[in-house]
Design a protein around this ligand. Structure first.
Ligand SMILES: Nc1nc2c(ncn2[C@@H]2O[C@H](COP(=O)(O)OP(=O)(O)O)[C@@H](O)[C@H]2O)c(=O)[nH]1
Ligand SMILES: [Mg+2]
Length: 210
């Protein structure tokens, strides 16, 4: 078979494979900051602007439509990131949700508290704990309408209280409730060059232990 024909057949198989759907979770300052860059890149690759409008010129656009891996299509034809941003204080989330990308995200994608938590223990047992029910309910709600859900991508710094303690609790629950689905962690580790608080190393060790 000549190589041109082979290539065409491969493309047909690819086009008929239904794309998988993923949910992203962004925990704490670092997870949210990485999330901002991540979603900017997804908008470029899928050809979606910050109002959620598809322009058809994305690098990976698929038969004239964005691949639904990361975006939900809304009734009016707009697209919305399938993501949840979580922090026990409001400053980083408020920064993300007030500027250029504010119209892109559904307001229910933001779960925030009022108090920063520096340690694994506060993220896991006290300040972070109070957000857990709302996070788990929002996860279930975001998965309700999906038909080909594959798994979750989790972004955080293991050095932070939210990114270690609260994140570990949610992942534990995830593994119980959605044991057939993937979970992929993308985590920063503490660095001696950037380290702010002595507890950062302990936070990371405790989170890795989980
Ligand atoms: N590389 C990088 N590190 C960050 C960023 N934001 C916070 N950090 C680092 O992450 C560590 C603490 O985690 P942070 O995300 O602030 O804590 P959390 O909000 O409690 O999860 C500190 O060492 C910060 O310097 C970021 O945007 N980039
Ligand atoms: Mg923080």
């Amino acid at each position: 078979m000549d190589s041109k024909v082979k290539r065409t057949q491969k493309n047909v198989v690819k086009a008929n494979t239904k794309p998988k759907e993923l949910l992203t979770l962004h925990f704490g300052n670092a997870g949210i900051n990485i999330g901002e860059s991540f979603w900017k890149q997804q908008c470029i690759e899928n050809g979606i602007d910050y109002e959620g409008v598809f322009h058809g010129e994305g690098n990976i656009s698929h038969q004239g439509e964005p691949i639904p891996t990361y975006f939900n299509e809304l009734n009016g034809g707009l697209y919305e990131p399938r993501s949840i941003f979580i922090d026990t204080d409001y400053s980083t989330i408020d920064t993300l949700s007030s500027f250029e990308m504010k119209s892109l995200f559904n307001p229910n994608s933001f779960i925030k508290g009022k108090e920063e938590c520096m340690t694994f223990a506060r993220g896991s047992y006290t300040i972070g704990k109070s957000l857990e029910e709302s996070i788990n309910n929002t996860i279930s709600q975001k998965l309700e309408s999906l038909t080909n859900f594959d798994g979750v991508m989790i972004f955080s710094s293991l050095a932070g209280g939210v990114g270690s303690g609260l994140m570990s609790n949610i992942v534990k629950k995830w593994k119980n409730n959605y044991s057939n689905n993937l979970s992929l962690g993308i985590h920063l580790l503490p660095s001696k060059d950037l380290m702010g608080e002595a507890c950062e190393v302990y936070n990371a060790v405790l989170a890795l232990g989980e």
